[in-house]
Ligand binder design. Structure first.
Ligand SMILES: [Zn+2]
Length: 261
């Protein structure tokens, strides 16, 4: 199995640039400092799994030329991860079926509340998204990919993290429980939360993320969920070898081949 992971959005909940903030022309001139909210696409041999639905979902998928999403995994229901779910209507219309959406039970309740119109009867000819809510299995099989799912903590919230072969995605995390930690060794590529420079109660900050990246020891770690604290080029020049900032549009080749666990 080979797959491709595409970072659709590498930004924190505000997005970067953030509304109402003044930036230097140098900062704005670098396209990699323009960060949409966090989403990831896994392109498998037989379909696409979307991980989270950022508010810019439509723009992210147009940018990457993605014509179909076959299933969705919601890591948790903070607004920056679900507010693009209405855009899934296009794929429901195209496939003529409800979109499979994998989410934890408490997240399913949030999705029913926020998008209640998507679960109500509607007259023919009215276009709304339809969600087929499902619990998160481990493994989750989608698009010809067998994806390990595991839990991490984001403050007091439980968030779904995932591993596919030699790749893992751990967004929105302040603590990795041991049972998940043990499943994140032997990675070629890890994408990890590093929200800002100062400590944050619900996220890894830069120094903590570097410490965790070193301990997990992936060949390459990319930081995501990035605030405007980070100028892409300036930060990358200062990061240790094997650690870099992600950016919108980053593509990562994923294989089944797994190193020692
Ligand atoms: Zn969050």
């Amino acid at each position: 199995m080979t797959a491709t992971a595409i970072v659709l959005g590498s930004g924190t909940s505000n997005g970067v640039p953030t509304l109402g903030v003044d930036y230097t022309p140098e900062f704005l001139a670098n396209a990699k400092n323009h960060r949409t909210r966090p989403s990831l696409l896994l392109q498998g041999p037989s379909g696409n799994l979307l991980v989270d639905c950022a508010p810019e979902l439509r723009l992210q998928l147009l940018r990457e030329g993605i014509g179909m999403v076959d299933a969705v995994l919601i890591t948790h229901t903070h607004a920056d991860h679900i507010m693009g779910m209405d855009d899934l209507r296009s794929f429901c219309l195209k496939s003529k079926r409800d979109m499979p959406v994998y989410a934890r039970p408490e997240a399913q309740a949030d999705i029913r509340r926020v998008f209640d119109y998507a679960f109500r009867p509607f007259p023919d000819g009215i276009e709304v998204p339809r969600f087929d809510l499902r619990d998160v299995p481990d493994p989750l099989v989608a698009g010809g990919m067998t994806i390990e799912t595991m839990m991490v903590l984001h403050g007091e919230m439980t968030v779904v993290a995932l591993r596919l072969g030699d790749f893992a995605y751990v967004t929105d995390v302040s603590e990795i429980p041991e049972e998940s930690w043990l499943r994140l060794s032997g990675l070629r590529t890890l994408i990890l939360d590093a929200v800002r420079i100062k400590p944050h109660p619900n996220h890894f900050h830069l120094d903590k993320a570097i410490e965790v990246a070193r301990e997990l020891g992936a060949e390459q770690t990319y930081f995501t969920h990035l605030s405007h604290d980070f100028d892409h080029d300036v930060t990358n020049a200062a990061l240790p070898p094997g650690i870099a900032l992600a950016f919108d549009g980053l593509k990562i080749a994923v294989t089944d081949q797994v190193g020692s666990r």
